[in-house]
Ligand binder design. Structure first.
Ligand code: MF3
Ligand code: CO
Length: 260
Protein backbone atom coordinates (compact mmCIF):
# COMPACT_ATOMS: atom_id res chain seq x y z
CA UNK A 1 0.00 0.00 0.00
CA UNK A 2 1.33 3.42 -0.93
CA UNK A 3 0.81 5.99 1.84
CA UNK A 4 0.41 9.57 0.72
CA UNK A 5 1.73 12.35 2.94
CA UNK A 6 0.08 15.63 3.86
CA UNK A 7 1.96 18.92 3.29
CA UNK A 8 2.70 19.04 7.05
CA UNK A 9 4.11 15.52 6.97
CA UNK A 10 6.23 16.40 3.96
CA UNK A 11 7.72 19.27 5.99
CA UNK A 12 8.70 16.77 8.68
CA UNK A 13 10.37 14.64 6.03
CA UNK A 14 12.15 17.76 4.77
CA UNK A 15 13.62 18.23 8.24
CA UNK A 16 15.00 14.68 8.14
CA UNK A 17 16.15 15.24 4.55
CA UNK A 18 18.03 18.40 5.52
CA UNK A 19 19.90 16.49 8.22
CA UNK A 20 20.88 13.83 5.69
CA UNK A 21 22.07 16.46 3.21
CA UNK A 22 24.15 18.31 5.83
CA UNK A 23 25.75 15.06 6.94
CA UNK A 24 26.67 14.04 3.39
CA UNK A 25 28.08 17.50 2.66
CA UNK A 26 30.20 17.58 5.81
CA UNK A 27 31.45 14.04 5.28
CA UNK A 28 32.40 14.71 1.65
CA UNK A 29 34.26 17.87 2.65
CA UNK A 30 36.27 16.04 5.28
CA UNK A 31 37.65 13.07 3.36
CA UNK A 32 41.44 13.16 3.42
CA UNK A 33 42.93 11.20 0.50
CA UNK A 34 45.25 8.43 1.65
CA UNK A 35 44.12 8.81 5.24
CA UNK A 36 40.35 8.61 5.79
CA UNK A 37 39.05 5.04 6.03
CA UNK A 38 35.52 3.96 5.27
CA UNK A 39 35.11 3.33 9.01
CA UNK A 40 36.15 6.96 9.64
CA UNK A 41 33.27 7.97 7.37
CA UNK A 42 30.94 5.85 9.46
CA UNK A 43 32.23 7.53 12.62
CA UNK A 44 31.74 11.00 11.11
CA UNK A 45 28.20 10.03 10.12
CA UNK A 46 27.41 8.79 13.60
CA UNK A 47 28.70 12.00 15.20
CA UNK A 48 26.98 14.30 12.72
CA UNK A 49 23.62 12.53 13.02
CA UNK A 50 23.88 12.92 16.77
CA UNK A 51 24.90 16.58 16.43
CA UNK A 52 21.73 17.21 14.42
CA UNK A 53 19.62 15.37 17.01
CA UNK A 54 18.55 12.66 14.62
CA UNK A 55 18.98 8.89 14.56
CA UNK A 56 20.30 6.57 11.88
CA UNK A 57 17.84 4.83 9.57
CA UNK A 58 20.37 2.13 8.72
CA UNK A 59 21.93 1.02 12.01
CA UNK A 60 20.53 -2.39 12.93
CA UNK A 61 18.16 -2.33 9.94
CA UNK A 62 17.81 -6.03 9.13
CA UNK A 63 21.02 -6.55 11.09
CA UNK A 64 23.02 -3.90 9.21
CA UNK A 65 25.93 -3.17 11.58
CA UNK A 66 26.78 0.47 10.72
CA UNK A 67 25.44 4.00 10.26
CA UNK A 68 26.30 4.45 6.58
CA UNK A 69 26.92 2.27 3.55
CA UNK A 70 30.19 3.08 1.78
CA UNK A 71 30.85 1.68 -1.70
CA UNK A 72 34.31 2.12 -3.27
CA UNK A 73 35.00 1.82 -7.04
CA UNK A 74 33.47 -1.47 -8.29
CA UNK A 75 31.31 -1.71 -5.18
CA UNK A 76 27.76 -0.72 -6.10
CA UNK A 77 25.99 -0.24 -2.75
CA UNK A 78 25.72 -1.55 0.83
CA UNK A 79 29.46 -1.64 1.49
CA UNK A 80 30.16 -2.20 5.18
CA UNK A 81 32.68 0.31 6.56
CA UNK A 82 36.14 -1.12 7.30
CA UNK A 83 39.76 -0.01 7.72
CA UNK A 84 40.39 0.59 4.00
CA UNK A 85 41.90 4.03 3.42
CA UNK A 86 40.45 6.00 0.52
CA UNK A 87 43.07 6.81 -2.09
CA UNK A 88 43.21 9.73 -4.53
CA UNK A 89 41.19 8.82 -7.62
CA UNK A 90 38.93 6.32 -5.85
CA UNK A 91 35.24 6.98 -6.28
CA UNK A 92 33.27 6.52 -3.08
CA UNK A 93 29.52 6.19 -2.69
CA UNK A 94 28.14 7.33 0.65
CA UNK A 95 24.56 6.32 1.44
CA UNK A 96 22.98 7.78 4.58
CA UNK A 97 19.54 7.76 6.16
CA UNK A 98 18.29 9.69 9.19
CA UNK A 99 15.13 9.81 11.26
CA UNK A 100 13.76 13.06 12.73
CA UNK A 101 10.56 12.95 14.76
CA UNK A 102 9.70 9.54 13.30
CA UNK A 103 10.20 10.49 9.65
CA UNK A 104 12.95 9.22 7.37
CA UNK A 105 15.22 10.88 4.83
CA UNK A 106 17.51 8.80 2.57
CA UNK A 107 20.14 10.07 0.16
CA UNK A 108 23.40 8.99 -1.46
CA UNK A 109 26.20 10.68 -3.34
CA UNK A 110 29.29 9.37 -5.08
CA UNK A 111 32.39 11.54 -5.02
CA UNK A 112 35.94 11.37 -6.33
CA UNK A 113 38.44 11.17 -3.48
CA UNK A 114 40.69 14.24 -3.66
CA UNK A 115 38.27 15.87 -6.09
CA UNK A 116 39.40 14.07 -9.20
CA UNK A 117 39.48 10.60 -10.71
CA UNK A 118 40.03 9.24 -14.23
CA UNK A 119 38.12 11.00 -17.02
CA UNK A 120 35.92 7.94 -17.38
CA UNK A 121 35.16 7.82 -13.63
CA UNK A 122 34.30 11.54 -13.61
CA UNK A 123 31.99 11.00 -16.57
CA UNK A 124 30.31 8.09 -14.73
CA UNK A 125 29.64 10.34 -11.73
CA UNK A 126 28.17 13.05 -13.94
CA UNK A 127 25.98 10.68 -15.98
CA UNK A 128 24.67 8.94 -12.85
CA UNK A 129 23.84 12.25 -11.14
CA UNK A 130 22.15 13.55 -14.27
CA UNK A 131 20.23 10.26 -14.58
CA UNK A 132 18.89 10.78 -11.05
CA UNK A 133 17.69 14.29 -11.93
CA UNK A 134 16.14 13.00 -15.16
CA UNK A 135 14.21 10.43 -13.10
CA UNK A 136 13.19 13.06 -10.55
CA UNK A 137 11.76 15.23 -13.35
CA UNK A 138 9.41 12.36 -14.22
CA UNK A 139 8.11 12.14 -10.61
CA UNK A 140 5.01 14.27 -11.15
CA UNK A 141 1.24 13.80 -10.97
CA UNK A 142 -0.22 12.24 -14.08
CA UNK A 143 2.88 10.26 -14.95
CA UNK A 144 3.10 6.57 -14.08
CA UNK A 145 5.65 4.93 -11.83
CA UNK A 146 7.64 3.34 -14.66
CA UNK A 147 8.12 6.73 -16.34
CA UNK A 148 10.75 7.41 -13.66
CA UNK A 149 12.76 4.28 -14.40
CA UNK A 150 12.30 4.67 -18.12
CA UNK A 151 13.73 8.19 -18.01
CA UNK A 152 16.72 6.98 -15.98
CA UNK A 153 17.44 3.94 -18.15
CA UNK A 154 17.12 5.88 -21.41
CA UNK A 155 19.51 8.56 -20.20
CA UNK A 156 22.07 6.08 -18.91
CA UNK A 157 22.05 3.83 -21.96
CA UNK A 158 22.20 6.80 -24.34
CA UNK A 159 25.44 7.60 -22.56
CA UNK A 160 26.82 4.08 -22.98
CA UNK A 161 26.47 2.80 -19.42
CA UNK A 162 24.12 0.27 -17.80
CA UNK A 163 21.56 0.45 -15.02
CA UNK A 164 21.56 -2.09 -12.18
CA UNK A 165 18.37 -4.19 -12.15
CA UNK A 166 18.69 -6.16 -8.92
CA UNK A 167 18.27 -3.17 -6.58
CA UNK A 168 15.60 -0.50 -6.79
CA UNK A 169 14.41 2.71 -5.16
CA UNK A 170 11.46 2.76 -2.78
CA UNK A 171 8.65 4.62 -1.12
CA UNK A 172 9.74 6.27 2.14
CA UNK A 173 8.08 7.99 5.10
CA UNK A 174 7.56 6.68 8.60
CA UNK A 175 9.51 3.65 7.40
CA UNK A 176 12.68 3.78 5.32
CA UNK A 177 11.28 1.23 2.89
CA UNK A 178 7.65 1.58 1.88
CA UNK A 179 5.72 0.68 -1.25
CA UNK A 180 6.22 1.03 -4.12
CA UNK A 181 9.44 -0.39 -5.53
CA UNK A 182 10.96 2.22 -7.82
CA UNK A 183 13.00 0.46 -10.53
CA UNK A 184 15.60 2.43 -12.47
CA UNK A 185 14.61 0.77 -15.74
CA UNK A 186 11.52 -0.21 -17.66
CA UNK A 187 9.04 0.64 -20.35
CA UNK A 188 7.15 3.93 -19.99
CA UNK A 189 3.50 4.26 -18.96
CA UNK A 190 3.31 1.27 -16.61
CA UNK A 191 2.54 0.89 -12.91
CA UNK A 192 0.58 3.11 -10.57
CA UNK A 193 -0.33 6.64 -11.51
CA UNK A 194 1.79 9.10 -9.54
CA UNK A 195 -0.17 11.32 -7.18
CA UNK A 196 0.41 14.36 -5.05
CA UNK A 197 1.72 13.37 -1.61
CA UNK A 198 3.63 10.27 -2.64
CA UNK A 199 7.21 10.27 -1.32
CA UNK A 200 9.87 8.25 -3.10
CA UNK A 201 13.57 7.53 -2.72
CA UNK A 202 14.89 7.47 -6.28
CA UNK A 203 18.33 5.90 -6.52
CA UNK A 204 19.97 4.91 -9.79
CA UNK A 205 23.01 2.64 -9.62
CA UNK A 206 25.00 2.85 -12.84
CA UNK A 207 27.85 0.62 -14.07
CA UNK A 208 30.37 1.40 -16.77
CA UNK A 209 30.23 -2.26 -17.90
CA UNK A 210 27.46 -4.82 -17.57
CA UNK A 211 24.47 -4.26 -15.29
CA UNK A 212 25.08 -7.58 -13.54
CA UNK A 213 25.96 -7.46 -9.85
CA UNK A 214 26.71 -9.94 -7.10
CA UNK A 215 26.71 -9.88 -3.32
CA UNK A 216 29.92 -10.65 -1.44
CA UNK A 217 30.31 -13.22 1.35
CA UNK A 218 29.60 -10.57 4.01
CA UNK A 219 26.03 -10.82 2.61
CA UNK A 220 25.81 -7.02 2.21
CA UNK A 221 28.40 -5.59 -0.17
CA UNK A 222 27.11 -5.53 -3.75
CA UNK A 223 29.78 -5.36 -6.49
CA UNK A 224 29.73 -5.33 -10.28
CA UNK A 225 30.19 -8.83 -11.67
CA UNK A 226 32.68 -7.63 -14.29
CA UNK A 227 34.65 -5.45 -11.85
CA UNK A 228 33.75 -2.23 -13.70
CA UNK A 229 33.24 1.02 -11.80
CA UNK A 230 29.80 1.82 -10.40
CA UNK A 231 28.17 4.99 -9.07
CA UNK A 232 25.05 5.67 -7.00
CA UNK A 233 23.07 8.85 -6.35
CA UNK A 234 19.84 9.04 -4.36
CA UNK A 235 17.33 11.67 -3.26
CA UNK A 236 14.13 11.51 -1.26
CA UNK A 237 11.47 13.29 -3.32
CA UNK A 238 7.88 14.35 -2.63
CA UNK A 239 5.45 14.50 -5.52
CA UNK A 240 3.65 17.85 -5.39
CA UNK A 241 0.88 19.30 -7.52
CA UNK A 242 3.39 21.14 -9.68
CA UNK A 243 6.07 18.46 -9.80
CA UNK A 244 8.89 16.94 -7.79
CA UNK A 245 10.07 18.48 -4.51
CA UNK A 246 13.52 17.22 -3.46
CA UNK A 247 13.63 16.82 0.33
CA UNK A 248 17.25 15.77 0.86
CA UNK A 249 18.88 19.13 0.27
CA UNK A 250 20.59 21.72 2.43
CA UNK A 251 18.47 24.90 2.66
CA UNK A 252 19.97 27.58 0.39
CA UNK A 253 20.70 30.10 3.13
CA UNK A 254 22.58 27.44 5.04
CA UNK A 255 24.52 26.24 1.99
CA UNK A 256 25.55 29.86 1.37
CA UNK A 257 26.57 30.14 5.02
CA UNK A 258 24.58 33.37 5.47
CA UNK A 259 24.97 34.67 9.03
CA UNK A 260 27.81 32.22 9.59
N1 MF3 B 1 19.68 3.70 1.09
C1 MF3 B 1 19.68 2.29 1.05
C2 MF3 B 1 18.35 1.77 0.64
O1 MF3 B 1 17.59 2.54 0.22
C3 MF3 B 1 20.44 1.62 2.09
C4 MF3 B 1 19.76 0.88 3.14
S1 MF3 B 1 20.60 -0.53 3.51
C5 MF3 B 1 20.85 -0.60 5.16
O2 MF3 B 1 18.01 0.64 0.62
F1 MF3 B 1 20.79 -1.80 5.52
F2 MF3 B 1 21.99 -0.08 5.42
F3 MF3 B 1 19.96 0.06 5.81
CO1 CO C 1 17.26 4.21 -0.42
Amino acid sequence: MITKKSPAQIEKMRAAGAVVARCLKEIAENIEPGKTTTLDIDKMAEELIEKYKATSSFKNYRGYPNTVCVAVNEEVVHGIPNDRALMPGDIVGIDLGAIVDGWHGDSAITVAVGGKASAEAMRLLRVTREALYTGIEAARPGNRLSDIGHAIQSYVEKNGYSVVRDLVGHGIGRSMHEDPHVPNYGRPGKGVRLEEGMTLAIEPMVNIGSYEVETLGDSWTVVTRDGSLSAHFEHTVAIRKDGPDILTIVPAEEALNING
